[in-house]
Design a protein around this ligand. Sequence first.
Ligand SMILES: [Zn+2]
Length: 421
Amino acid sequence: MFVHAATDELFDRPTEGLQRHGAHRWRGAVLLLLTSMLAWAAPRVLLAGPIEDLVAQVSAANYRHILDNLLYTRPGNNRGYGAEHDLARQNIYDHFVSLGYDTSLFPFVYNGSTYYNVVAVHEGTTRPEQVYIVGAHYDSANNPGADDNGSGTACVMEIGRVLASHRFEATIILIAFDREEQGLRGSRAWAAANRDMDIRGMISTDMVAYNPGGADRAAIFGSSNSNPCKQALADALTQWGGIQPTQYGAMDRSDHAPFEWEGFEAALLIEYHWESNPNYHRSTDHIEMPGYIDYDFAADMTRATLGWLASSAVPVDAVLAGPVPGQAGTVNQWTISGAAPSTRTWFVYSASGGSIEVPGCPGVMLGLSRPVLAGSTTTNGSGEAVFARFVPAGASGRFIGLQAVQPSTCLISNAAWHRFP
Ligand SMILES: [Zn+2]
C-alpha cells in the first residue's frame, strides 16, 4: 500500500483542514517511513491477507522457548506421574490466562484420582455456537516427553499466543489434555461432557517435532467420517507449512479419537516417521538429545495447524476501504466491514505511519503516528459502516492514512492510505 509514498514534500505539513485538530508536522521522510512500515506488523492490521498475516506470526524461536522452558522437557523430567506434571500444567494455564483467554481446568476422575485438562476458550463473534478445536496431551509416558507430547502442546500454546489478539466468527477452543497415555482419559471425558456442542472440527497435535533427514513430511489419521477435516488439514500443511501430508484411516491412539466417537470430525496430526522415532516413550525423549528435535519443522507444523484453525473459524478483523472519490475539496467516503456489529466506531488519521497502543486495549497497536480524531459512526448489524468526511482542498498532494477503532471491542482496521491528487 506504500507504492504511493513519494517525497518529503508530501509530508511537509498536514492539510489545513486537518491541522486545526492538532495534526503534527512531519519531517524525516523516507527512512522514518520505512521504519514505520516495519512497526506496522501490528497484530490486527491486515496486510497480505488475513490467514497469511496470522501464519506469519508463528515464531520458531518462541515455539522453542515454550518447549524448552515451560514444559519440562529436559533429561530427568517427568510429566507422567512425576513432579513436573503439575508444574507443566500450571505453566500452560498461566500462559493462556496471560493471553486473555477464558481459561479453566476441566476435572475428571481416573483410577480414583482427579486430573485436569487445561481449556482456553476464544468465543466467536458472529457464530459463537460453532466450535473448532486444537488439542494436545501434556502428560508423558513418565519421561521428559519432549516430542511426545511437549511438541504438540507447544504447538497449541504458540497458536494461542498468535490468535489471542484476533477475533473470529466461530469459537476456538484450545485444550491441553491430561492422561492420554493411560487411554485418552482427558479427551474422552471432555468430549463426552461436550457432546451437545456444535464442534465442526478438531485436530490433535501429537508428536510433531521429529523430522529425520529434513523430509518435511507429516501423517494425518482419522476415520472416513473425518475426511473433510483431514483434507482441510492436508491442504493447510501444503499451503502454510510447506509440509507434504499423507492421509491414513482411523487410528484410535490419540486425543482426536474420542471426538470421532462422539460423532465429530477430527484428525490426528503427527510426524511422518513417528513409528521409527528411536526415543518414543523412552527417557531419551528430551530436548538435549543431539539432532532430535527439529524446531523449524515443528514451527511449520504449527503454522499449518494455525492456518487450518484460523481459516475454519474465519477472522473478522475489520477491513477499511476508501476513500471514494479520493479527491480533495469534496466529501469522501470510507467503508468499514468485518467490524463488530452495532458498535461505536472511531476514525483517526495521520500523515505518517507509526505504532501506538489503543488506550484500554493492551497490545492493540494503531499503524499511525500521533493519530487525530476525524469523527465516529456506529456500525450496522453486519459490522459495516460508511464514514463520510469533507476533505479540504488543502489536502491536495498529501498522503493521509485513516484507521478505524472500536474501543469497546479493542478491534481496529487496517490503515487505509491515500494520496489526494
Ligand atoms: Zn502421545
